[in-house]
Design a protein around this ligand. Structure first.
Ligand code: AKG
Ligand code: FE2
Length: 359
């Protein structure tokens, strides 16, 4: 990863994101809070600067590279399986990227927050030696800092949404099990695959907040009110944050969980390996995914104004929602287009259909 990477090209369709300063958010700066709110409600994506996690992220990329270099046979001992569990290793081609069953091209290693915080006790599962070796000095510190950042952002949303203090915090505890995890992702250079392949298919994130680090382009969003995919340009020192389904549901749709995907990096960047790193905050496993209208008049009004208020009553716990989505994107579980449809979250069905045919 020490190789110099070609710059992100100027001539591809790119969507700007608001830049939120984490230090200012921590200080409670009102203008910065307003910017965060605008970003989270309109597009659901923003850049985060001054987050202080660059060193830990670099070490996580090293851990990822060491892990992906292990023999396939070794990695497969830690494979995530087909039962809706995400923790562990996922090989390239294990997931569908669309209704037709095209295969994804990324391999990744997912490490549970619960396992990292309790290490060396295995709460959910064990990991490859390359992960264990870096658990105390790399993985756990990265996860701790990421949890802190996501919790701080969630506290800001909590107040703007009109919830009693600590409402979202209680739904995202470190003391109960959740599907929260870190993910280090490797996508091979384009010469090793057809360049029109999707690395990760169009999706909304399954949990509450995602904190993403990438170096090369390839991430694209499908903004509301458009009918096109746009690249998000990676900017050094800027993480990319986005809202997932759970926060969108808790907030009665006020916070936006937007459709995105990963494709081959643009132009000259395509011939390079693409690495990315995410920390996903997800609710307590037992949390029910529904609009918390009883806890906030703001959310209650949003639900009343929604064209289809019933969609905020999922009848599913965070754990069940997540397992359903993971399980139905696994290619081994595919029976037909209905399996892909069963893997969907809060994606707008019309927007989803337009996005897939626009590819
Ligand atoms: O690799 C990226 O830039 C984004 C990854 C992503 O969207 C995901 O893993 O959910
Ligand atoms: Fe995502």
């Amino acid at each position: 990863m020490a190789v110099a990477l070609p710059p992100f090209p100027e001539d591809v369709p790119t969507h700007p994101l608001l830049v939120v300063d984490y230090e200012l958010i921590k200080k409670g700066d009102q203008q910065e809070m307003d910017k965060l709110w605008e970003a989270a409600t309109k597009l659901g994506f923003w850049y985060l600067r001054n987050h202080g996690v660059d060193e830990e992220a670099d070490s996580m990329f090293e851990m990822g590279a060491e892990t992906m270099r292990l023999p396939m046979e070794e990695k497969m001992k830690f494979e995530q399986g087909d039962d809706g569990v995400s923790f562990g290793y996922k090989a390239a081609g294990a997931n569908a990227v669309d209704e037709s069953g095209q295969l994804d091209t990324v391999e990744f290693i997912n490490i549970s927050k619960d396992d990292a915080l309790a290490y060396p006790t295995a709460v959910h599962r064990t990991y490859p030696s390359t992960v264990n070796a870096r658990m105390p000095n790399t993985v756990t510190p990265f996860i701790r800092k990421s949890v802190d950042i996501n919790n701080t952002l969630m506290a800001a949303f909590n107040d703007k949404l009109g919830f009693p203090k600590g409402t979202l915090a209680k739904l995202h505890l470190d003391t109960v099990n959740s599907c929260s995890e870190s993910r280090c992702i490797k996508n091979p250079p384009a010469r090793e695959m057809a360049s029109d392949r999707q690395a990760i298919g169009a999706h909304t994130d399954f949990g509450s907040l995602s904190f993403l680090h990438n170096r090369l382009g390839g991430l694209q969003v499908y903004p509301p009110g458009t009918e096109q995919w746009y690249y998000i340009k990676p900017i050094p020192g800027h993480a990319i944050c986005n809202v997932g389904d759970a926060l969108s549901l808790f907030s009665g749709g006020i916070l936006r969980s937007n459709l995105h995907r990963v494709v081959t990096p643009p132009r000259e960047q395509a011939t390079h390996e693409r690495w990315s790193l995410v920390f996903f905050s997800r609710p307590n496993n037992s949390a029910e995914l529904r609009a918390l209208a009883d806890l906030s008049p703001v959310v209650a009004a949003a639900v009343r104004a929604a064209p289809d208020p019933a969609k905020f009553e999922t009848g599913q716990t965070a754990r069940a929602w997540f397992a359903r989505r993971i399980k139905n994107q696994r290619i081994k579980n595919r029976t037909g287009p209905e399996t892909w449809r069963a893997s969907r979250g809060t994606e707008h069905s019309e927007q989803q259909a337009a996005a897939v045919s626009a590819y």
